[in-house]
Write a protein that binds this ligand. Structure first.
Ligand SMILES: C[S@@+](CC[C@H](N)C(=O)[O-])C[C@H]1O[C@@H](n2cnc3c(N)ncnc32)[C@H](O)[C@@H]1O
Ligand code: SF4
Length: 423
């Protein structure tokens, strides 16, 4: 009865209609109800069950000891709660606890949960489909330097963001990239890195392995054969991709393979799925080729709506049959629809945007956009991170009209073609 419990390494965020936990141990989000939130926030300091019951009574939350034990049992499984064996404070971070519900906006989260960082447009390759139009000689005037990124990262942490995605061209060629990554890690920002770096070595793999808050390391594989993959990416890319994945697997790094699908490789999907499994990837994501950046070299390969249906119907069957693992709960929750001939969840989805609700992006030259699609077309430029804080940018009134769409019909998607109606 004297055992004390406390929160472990989590982020707990109060929002206007739900409460979010981001769990650094299992690197996952969970939504909880208000009572669970009220209980968990008290465990920022170690407490026994009786102490907790008494404190909850003061907030008019009367809870039976058996119910609380069950609650502890449930939240111990994923290490949200642990036994306080060393009498230290918890590592949890609690955000927005002091904001009154009535002061929160109801068309957005209090702050983004995710931010995408387009760290450089440069890349040793120049793939035919590249959304960022990256290439070895891509412009890099005024790229933020290490010190500027440190400042921005600090602001990101102070704005209660949980996860940053570092991407765009090839992040691994950015000067001092590991200093920047390690600073983000020190600030306990969960990190997703997107990289297709052909010069990966055992040393680099080991440095990646040491990132404590690495949520995902994502690499690319767009075809199942050397001839087809190299046609879209670069000579020797296929062999180098496989070598890189073996280095990651040998270092025991969980990694995700991302494949861009279009008319010419749609029917290679099954061979790709098999190859990804042979290479010990943990997860396999699929993105249809989208009509942005340098895609016009491949414009005739854009999937039709019928082909999109085939793509996602195949993918959900692979998920059901455990041939593909995904972290995206949408697919896991919908495996029951794998044999539904009408399953067509992403009709006309190639130009959908949704990020005003939880995400926005910082470009390598400091300007902010909601996502890469809008950056690509230069639409809806928000402020920049050197002059405005992350929270100011998040609450830029330019986004108000877009956000009203959420308020009106609970949709978080609009087609980019209609963007002018909202700006
Ligand atoms: C822009 S890249 C940056 C990271 C790294 N250079 C790479 O290629 O993996 C991130 C992801 O976007 C994908 N991508 C690039 N252009 C795309 C497009 N037009 N449509 C869909 N995905 C695209 C890439 O294949 C890659 O998986
Ligand atoms: S898709 Fe990735 S690897 Fe290819 S050019 Fe673009 S940034 Fe570079």
């Amino acid at each position: 009865m004297n055992t004390k419990f406390k929160l472990w390494n989590i982020i707990l965020r109060k929002e206007f209609f739900w409460w979010i936990i981001y769990n650094h141990t299992i690197k996952n989000y969970k939504q909880i109800n208000k009572d669970a939130y009220l209980i968990l926030r008290l465990l920022n300091k170690p407490l026994t069950i009786n102490e907790l019951i008494n404190t909850l009574k003061l907030s008019d939350l009367d809870i039976e000891i058996q119910d609380l034990e069950k609650f502890f049992n449930d939240f111990s499984k994923d290490k949200t709660i642990i036994v306080d064996s060393d009498e230290s404070d918890s590592e949890a971070m609690i955000f927005f606890d002091n904001i009154d519900y009535k002061d929160m906006k109801t068309d957005r989260l209090n702050a983004p949960t995710n931010m995408s960082i387009y760290i450089t447009q440069r890349c040793p390759k120049a793939c035919k489909h590249c959304v960022s139009r990256s290439a070895p000689n891509a412009p890099h005037d005024y790229e933020l330097n290490k010190e500027q990124w440190f400042k921005v990262l600090k602001d990101i942490r102070n704005s209660w963001v949980t996860t940053i995605v570092i991407s765009w061209g090839e992040p691994m060629i950015k000067e001092n990239i590991f200093d920047i990554i390690e600073e983000a890690d020190r600030l306990k920002l969960s990190l997703i890195l997107l990289s297709d770096y052909d010069e990966m070595t055992e040393n680099i793999a080991n440095r990646i392995k040491n990132i404590k808050n690495l949520e995902d390391f994502q690499v690319s594989l767009d075809w199942a054969t050397e001839k087809t993959h190299d046609w879209m990416r670069w000579e020797w890319s296929f062999e180098k991709s496989k070598k890189r994945m073996k280095l990651l697997a040998n270092a025991w790094i969980k990694y995700t393979v991302s494949s861009v699908i279009h008319k010419n490789n749609l029917f290679e999907l099954e061979s790709m799925v098999k190859l990804v499994n042979e290479l010990w990837a943990t997860f396999h994501y699929i993105s249809p080729l989208s009509p942005y950046g340098r895609w016009f070299f491949m414009n005739k390969y854009l999937l039709s709506d019928d082909e999109l249906k085939i793509l996602w119907q195949s993918y959900i069957k692979y998920v059901r049959d455990w041939l593909v693992r995904t972290r995206n709960s949408y697919w896991v929750n919908n495996v029951g629809k794998a044999d539904d001939k009408d399953f067509h969840p992403f009709k006309k989805s190639l130009t959908l945007i949704s990020n005003w609700f939880y995400n926005f992006s910082v470009k390598w030259q400091w300007d902010c956009y909601l996502d890469s699609k809008l950056w690509s077309s230069g639409t809806l430029k928000l402020w920049n991170v050197l002059e405005n804080s992350i929270l100011e940018i998040w609450n830029n009134p330019k986004l108000d009209k877009l956000r009203w769409t959420y308020w009106e019909n609970k949709s978080i998607y609009i087609n980019e073609e209609n963007i002018n109606n909202y700006i």
